[in-house]
Design a protein around this ligand. Structure first.
Ligand code: SF4
Length: 255
Protein backbone atom coordinates (compact mmCIF):
# COMPACT_ATOMS: atom_id res chain seq x y z
CA UNK A 1 0.00 0.00 0.00
CA UNK A 2 1.35 3.44 -0.92
CA UNK A 3 1.98 5.73 1.99
CA UNK A 4 0.67 9.24 1.72
CA UNK A 5 3.28 11.88 2.39
CA UNK A 6 1.85 14.91 4.10
CA UNK A 7 3.95 17.95 3.33
CA UNK A 8 4.08 20.26 6.28
CA UNK A 9 4.85 23.90 5.63
CA UNK A 10 7.07 24.80 8.53
CA UNK A 11 7.56 28.42 7.55
CA UNK A 12 6.50 31.11 9.95
CA UNK A 13 3.26 32.99 9.16
CA UNK A 14 5.42 36.00 8.23
CA UNK A 15 7.53 33.96 5.79
CA UNK A 16 4.38 32.55 4.18
CA UNK A 17 2.95 36.03 3.88
CA UNK A 18 6.16 37.35 2.30
CA UNK A 19 6.01 34.53 -0.23
CA UNK A 20 2.44 35.50 -1.04
CA UNK A 21 3.42 39.14 -1.50
CA UNK A 22 6.19 38.13 -3.91
CA UNK A 23 3.79 35.93 -5.86
CA UNK A 24 1.38 38.87 -6.15
CA UNK A 25 4.03 41.00 -7.79
CA UNK A 26 4.79 38.53 -10.54
CA UNK A 27 3.65 39.40 -14.08
CA UNK A 28 1.54 36.24 -14.40
CA UNK A 29 -0.36 37.09 -11.23
CA UNK A 30 -1.02 40.60 -12.50
CA UNK A 31 -2.22 39.23 -15.80
CA UNK A 32 -4.59 36.79 -14.10
CA UNK A 33 -5.97 39.52 -11.88
CA UNK A 34 -6.48 41.73 -14.95
CA UNK A 35 -8.46 38.87 -16.50
CA UNK A 36 -10.71 38.81 -13.44
CA UNK A 37 -11.23 42.56 -13.45
CA UNK A 38 -11.81 42.91 -17.22
CA UNK A 39 -15.40 41.52 -17.40
CA UNK A 40 -16.44 43.72 -14.46
CA UNK A 41 -14.88 46.78 -16.05
CA UNK A 42 -16.73 46.00 -19.29
CA UNK A 43 -20.05 45.88 -17.45
CA UNK A 44 -19.32 49.03 -15.47
CA UNK A 45 -18.46 50.86 -18.71
CA UNK A 46 -21.75 49.80 -20.28
CA UNK A 47 -23.62 51.16 -17.29
CA UNK A 48 -21.66 54.40 -17.35
CA UNK A 49 -22.56 54.88 -21.02
CA UNK A 50 -26.23 54.29 -20.37
CA UNK A 51 -27.20 54.28 -16.69
CA UNK A 52 -30.77 53.25 -17.51
CA UNK A 53 -29.70 50.10 -19.28
CA UNK A 54 -28.94 47.53 -16.62
CA UNK A 55 -27.32 44.89 -18.84
CA UNK A 56 -28.83 41.94 -17.04
CA UNK A 57 -28.35 39.63 -20.00
CA UNK A 58 -24.64 40.35 -19.70
CA UNK A 59 -24.46 40.34 -15.93
CA UNK A 60 -24.43 36.64 -15.11
CA UNK A 61 -21.98 35.50 -17.83
CA UNK A 62 -19.65 38.39 -16.97
CA UNK A 63 -19.73 37.49 -13.27
CA UNK A 64 -19.10 33.83 -14.12
CA UNK A 65 -16.11 34.88 -16.22
CA UNK A 66 -14.79 37.22 -13.53
CA UNK A 67 -14.99 34.68 -10.70
CA UNK A 68 -13.52 31.88 -12.81
CA UNK A 69 -10.54 34.14 -13.51
CA UNK A 70 -10.44 35.12 -9.83
CA UNK A 71 -10.14 31.46 -8.83
CA UNK A 72 -7.27 31.04 -11.30
CA UNK A 73 -5.60 34.08 -9.77
CA UNK A 74 -5.98 32.88 -6.18
CA UNK A 75 -4.87 29.37 -7.15
CA UNK A 76 -1.80 30.86 -8.82
CA UNK A 77 -0.90 32.88 -5.73
CA UNK A 78 -1.11 29.78 -3.56
CA UNK A 79 0.89 27.67 -5.96
CA UNK A 80 3.66 30.22 -6.52
CA UNK A 81 3.98 30.99 -2.82
CA UNK A 82 3.96 27.33 -1.84
CA UNK A 83 1.11 27.94 0.57
CA UNK A 84 -0.93 24.76 0.80
CA UNK A 85 -4.34 25.21 2.41
CA UNK A 86 -5.59 22.48 4.68
CA UNK A 87 -9.10 23.34 3.50
CA UNK A 88 -10.78 20.79 1.28
CA UNK A 89 -14.09 19.66 -0.14
CA UNK A 90 -16.40 18.50 2.63
CA UNK A 91 -14.70 20.52 5.39
CA UNK A 92 -17.39 22.91 6.63
CA UNK A 93 -15.38 24.23 9.61
CA UNK A 94 -15.61 27.86 8.52
CA UNK A 95 -19.11 27.64 7.02
CA UNK A 96 -20.74 28.85 10.22
CA UNK A 97 -19.20 32.26 9.77
CA UNK A 98 -21.84 34.58 8.27
CA UNK A 99 -19.41 35.59 5.51
CA UNK A 100 -19.07 39.19 4.49
CA UNK A 101 -20.67 39.84 1.15
CA UNK A 102 -21.06 42.56 -1.45
CA UNK A 103 -24.59 43.23 -2.71
CA UNK A 104 -23.96 41.85 -6.18
CA UNK A 105 -22.50 38.72 -4.62
CA UNK A 106 -25.59 38.38 -2.46
CA UNK A 107 -27.71 38.59 -5.58
CA UNK A 108 -25.63 35.91 -7.28
CA UNK A 109 -25.93 33.62 -4.26
CA UNK A 110 -29.70 34.24 -4.08
CA UNK A 111 -29.96 33.30 -7.76
CA UNK A 112 -27.96 30.10 -7.30
CA UNK A 113 -29.98 29.01 -4.26
CA UNK A 114 -33.35 30.00 -5.71
CA UNK A 115 -32.72 27.75 -8.70
CA UNK A 116 -32.49 24.71 -6.45
CA UNK A 117 -35.49 22.58 -5.50
CA UNK A 118 -34.77 23.29 -1.86
CA UNK A 119 -34.33 27.03 -2.48
CA UNK A 120 -37.36 28.04 -0.40
CA UNK A 121 -36.21 25.94 2.56
CA UNK A 122 -32.81 27.60 2.35
CA UNK A 123 -34.42 31.02 2.20
CA UNK A 124 -36.40 30.17 5.32
CA UNK A 125 -33.21 29.11 7.08
CA UNK A 126 -31.53 32.33 5.96
CA UNK A 127 -34.48 34.43 7.16
CA UNK A 128 -34.46 32.76 10.60
CA UNK A 129 -30.71 33.16 10.93
CA UNK A 130 -30.92 36.73 9.73
CA UNK A 131 -33.40 37.62 12.51
CA UNK A 132 -31.28 35.88 15.13
CA UNK A 133 -28.10 37.56 13.93
CA UNK A 134 -29.78 40.94 13.81
CA UNK A 135 -31.10 40.55 17.39
CA UNK A 136 -27.68 39.42 18.63
CA UNK A 137 -26.04 42.43 17.01
CA UNK A 138 -28.59 44.91 18.35
CA UNK A 139 -28.19 43.54 21.88
CA UNK A 140 -24.40 43.76 21.62
CA UNK A 141 -24.58 47.33 20.29
CA UNK A 142 -26.92 48.36 23.09
CA UNK A 143 -24.59 46.92 25.73
CA UNK A 144 -21.26 48.17 24.42
CA UNK A 145 -19.55 51.54 24.10
CA UNK A 146 -17.05 50.15 21.61
CA UNK A 147 -16.85 51.14 17.99
CA UNK A 148 -19.73 49.64 15.94
CA UNK A 149 -17.35 47.77 13.64
CA UNK A 150 -15.63 46.18 16.62
CA UNK A 151 -18.99 45.15 18.07
CA UNK A 152 -19.98 43.69 14.71
CA UNK A 153 -16.77 41.64 14.48
CA UNK A 154 -17.27 40.35 18.02
CA UNK A 155 -20.85 39.46 17.19
CA UNK A 156 -19.69 37.63 14.10
CA UNK A 157 -17.33 35.55 16.25
CA UNK A 158 -20.05 34.84 18.78
CA UNK A 159 -22.34 33.86 15.93
CA UNK A 160 -19.75 31.52 14.59
CA UNK A 161 -19.31 29.91 17.98
CA UNK A 162 -22.99 28.92 17.87
CA UNK A 163 -22.11 26.60 15.00
CA UNK A 164 -25.17 27.27 12.84
CA UNK A 165 -24.52 26.10 9.30
CA UNK A 166 -24.64 28.68 6.51
CA UNK A 167 -27.91 28.46 4.54
CA UNK A 168 -25.85 27.39 1.53
CA UNK A 169 -24.19 24.50 3.35
CA UNK A 170 -25.27 20.98 2.45
CA UNK A 171 -25.51 18.12 4.91
CA UNK A 172 -22.40 16.55 3.39
CA UNK A 173 -20.36 19.64 4.30
CA UNK A 174 -20.25 21.03 0.77
CA UNK A 175 -21.41 24.42 -0.42
CA UNK A 176 -24.62 24.12 -2.46
CA UNK A 177 -23.74 27.30 -4.33
CA UNK A 178 -20.01 26.71 -4.62
CA UNK A 179 -19.62 28.39 -8.01
CA UNK A 180 -21.40 31.49 -6.71
CA UNK A 181 -19.80 31.71 -3.27
CA UNK A 182 -18.58 35.17 -2.37
CA UNK A 183 -15.07 36.49 -2.45
CA UNK A 184 -14.81 36.21 1.35
CA UNK A 185 -15.25 32.43 1.10
CA UNK A 186 -12.89 32.09 -1.86
CA UNK A 187 -10.07 34.02 -0.24
CA UNK A 188 -10.35 32.42 3.20
CA UNK A 189 -7.77 29.70 3.54
CA UNK A 190 -6.24 27.98 6.50
CA UNK A 191 -2.95 26.17 6.81
CA UNK A 192 -3.79 24.97 10.31
CA UNK A 193 -5.36 21.76 11.51
CA UNK A 194 -9.04 21.99 10.46
CA UNK A 195 -10.03 21.78 14.14
CA UNK A 196 -8.45 25.20 14.67
CA UNK A 197 -11.08 26.71 12.38
CA UNK A 198 -13.66 25.90 15.03
CA UNK A 199 -14.19 28.71 17.55
CA UNK A 200 -14.43 26.05 20.26
CA UNK A 201 -10.73 25.23 19.72
CA UNK A 202 -8.49 27.05 22.23
CA UNK A 203 -6.12 28.02 19.40
CA UNK A 204 -8.86 29.46 17.21
CA UNK A 205 -8.43 33.18 17.69
CA UNK A 206 -4.67 32.96 17.63
CA UNK A 207 -4.55 30.89 14.45
CA UNK A 208 -2.80 32.94 11.77
CA UNK A 209 -4.30 32.60 8.34
CA UNK A 210 -2.51 33.65 5.15
CA UNK A 211 -3.94 36.88 3.80
CA UNK A 212 -4.76 35.96 0.28
CA UNK A 213 -6.58 39.16 -0.57
CA UNK A 214 -5.26 42.53 0.48
CA UNK A 215 -3.59 44.56 -2.27
CA UNK A 216 -4.77 47.77 -3.93
CA UNK A 217 -4.94 45.97 -7.27
CA UNK A 218 -7.26 43.37 -5.72
CA UNK A 219 -9.37 46.13 -4.20
CA UNK A 220 -10.20 47.20 -7.76
CA UNK A 221 -12.09 43.93 -8.25
CA UNK A 222 -14.15 44.64 -5.16
CA UNK A 223 -14.72 48.28 -6.11
CA UNK A 224 -16.13 47.23 -9.48
CA UNK A 225 -18.40 44.67 -7.82
CA UNK A 226 -19.65 47.45 -5.52
CA UNK A 227 -20.28 49.72 -8.50
CA UNK A 228 -22.42 47.02 -10.10
CA UNK A 229 -24.44 46.63 -6.92
CA UNK A 230 -24.97 50.39 -6.75
CA UNK A 231 -25.98 50.51 -10.42
CA UNK A 232 -28.64 47.87 -9.75
CA UNK A 233 -29.63 49.70 -6.54
CA UNK A 234 -29.19 46.54 -4.52
CA UNK A 235 -29.70 46.79 -0.76
CA UNK A 236 -26.54 46.66 1.30
CA UNK A 237 -26.12 44.04 3.98
CA UNK A 238 -23.19 43.19 6.21
CA UNK A 239 -23.13 39.48 5.53
CA UNK A 240 -24.70 36.65 3.60
CA UNK A 241 -27.31 35.87 6.26
CA UNK A 242 -28.58 39.42 6.34
CA UNK A 243 -28.40 39.77 2.53
CA UNK A 244 -30.20 36.64 1.33
CA UNK A 245 -33.73 37.35 2.62
CA UNK A 246 -33.55 40.84 1.12
CA UNK A 247 -32.51 39.62 -2.31
CA UNK A 248 -34.42 36.41 -2.87
CA UNK A 249 -37.26 38.21 -4.69
CA UNK A 250 -35.19 40.74 -6.55
CA UNK A 251 -36.53 41.28 -10.11
CA UNK A 252 -33.05 40.83 -11.59
CA UNK A 253 -33.27 37.16 -10.61
CA UNK A 254 -35.93 36.60 -13.23
CA UNK A 255 -33.80 38.03 -16.02
S1 SF4 B 1 -21.39 30.40 0.96
FE1 SF4 B 1 -20.71 28.31 0.77
S2 SF4 B 1 -18.49 28.38 1.17
FE2 SF4 B 1 -19.37 30.30 1.94
S3 SF4 B 1 -19.85 29.94 4.12
FE3 SF4 B 1 -21.70 29.43 2.96
S4 SF4 B 1 -21.57 27.21 2.56
FE4 SF4 B 1 -19.50 27.93 3.16
Amino acid sequence: MKQLRVLVDERSPEARQDALERAREQPTARLLLDQAVAPLRRLARRLAEDPDAAPLEELWPALDEAYAALDRYLGHLLERSGVTPRCGAGCPACCTAAPTILPIEGLRMARALRRRDDGQARLLRAAQQSSLFHALLQRALARSDADAREVYLETQLRWRARGMPCPALDDDGRCAAYESRPLACRAYVSVEEPARCLPSDPAFVGARRPLLWRSDAEARFEALLSELGDALELPRALNLLLALPRLFDHPALDA
